[in-house]
Design a protein. Structure first.
Ligand code: FAD
Length: 297
């Protein structure tokens, strides 16, 4: 669907809609609701609003108070950026583009009635719905991560924010000569080059500040999943003796107490700082057609 078709469809949907729910804005304009204010949702919201020249009301539902750029978060781990450098207020979307922002979480979609129910209990009606909740983590595949306290000790930092800062603090506290290990899930996962890029950032930090320390990559995949020759060249030329790459190490459990990753073959790897990037899939939101699965994050 191109831009013109989307705008026409949203307008036509508004004329045909007989949902019986009041629009959030109280206006008679077509209503577009966007679930998620990340890169996908915020960008879509902005352009629907701009291209319609204000003739479509756009509402973003997002629980976080600010936008934090995930792609730049590895720079925080490497120490060259602070989390504040990655953080942007949603104010510009509200003030400059006239987008309505609701700090809430969508829990249920009814495609028949064209409504979205929020955690607060509020119900929004829409003519067109954009669903962009990012990824959710499949913790069931790493049972030890569901033990009490496990997820506050063993971090993923695969969504930028509080975990990014906490992992950076773990790295700063690690003594020189320690081992930082990262488990990489089988494909598909968000941002295939991200783990290898993270390894470079942390290895750079170690090379300057903790030269006896190691970065150990425990990769469930048979080989580097993206830009392999490039990463391997850099690891050899710049981080030889710091980065160790172990392919086909499929992590099936974590012992959070001892910071140990356990592979499907029973190998156990202890690390001073263990960073677990869990298996993942597109975020789920319950909807009326069945497949009840409240978004678990
Ligand atoms: C370490 C790392 C490095 C990366 N580097 C790059 C890079 O260099 N280049 C690149 O292109 N990509 C990169 N990526 C990938 C990039 O971050 C993602 O592709 C991008 O963030 C996806 O945007 P999104 O809007 O789909 O999801 P997200 O950015 O995750 O946004 C989803 C939003 O939806 C909200 N949400 C979730 N559920 C609900 C709900 N039920 N109700 C309301 N809101 C909800 C969340 O709070 C979140 O704000 C990287 C990712 C990581 C982890």
């Amino acid at each position: 669907m191109d831009r013109r078709q989307f705008l026409q469809a949203a307008g036509a949907g508004a004329l045909a809609a007989t949902t019986g729910c009041a629009s959030i804005t109280g206006s008679s304009k077509p209503q577009v609701v966007v679930i998620g204010g990340g890169y996908g949702g915020a960008t879509a919201a902005k352009y629907v609003r701009m291209w319609s020249e204000g003739s479509i009301d756009v509402t973003i539902v997002e629980p976080n108070p600010n936008f934090i750029s995930c792609p730049l978060s590895n720079l925080v781990l490497g120490g060259s950026k602070q989390i504040a450098d990655l953080t942007t207020s949603y104010d510009a979307l509200v003030r400059h583009h006239g987008i309505k922002l609701l700090r809430d979480t969508a829990t249920h979609i009814d495609p028949e009635k064209r409504t979205v129910t929020l955690q607060s209990g509020q119900t929004l009606s829409y003519d067109r719905l954009i669903v962009s909740p990012g990824v959710e983590f499949l913790w069931d595949e790493l049972p030890g991560m569901k033990a009490p306290g496990a997820q506050t000790k063993i971090l993923h930092a695969w969504k930028a924010g509080i975990q990014t800062v906490a992992l950076r603090l773990q790295l700063e506290s690690m003594p020189d000569g320690g081992v930082y290990a990262m488990t990489i899930p089988p494909q598909p996962y968000r941002c295939p080059p991200g783990p290898y890029e993270r390894a470079c950032q942390i290895a750079h930090y170690f090379s300057v500040h903790k030269p006896k320390s190691k970065v150990l990559l425990l990769d469930a995949n048979e080989d580097v999943t993206s830009k392999g020759p490039l990463f391997k060249k850099i690891w050899k030329e710049r981080y030889s003796g710091i980065i160790e790459y172990r392919p086909s190490f499929r992590t099936v459990d974590i012992d959070a107490g001892s910071s140990t990753a356990i592979s499907e073959l029973g190998d156990k790897v202890h690390a001073d700082v263990l960073n677990v990037i869990p298996p993942q899939r597109a975020g789920a939101i319950a909807f009326d057609a069945g497949l009840a699965n409240i978004n678990k994050r």
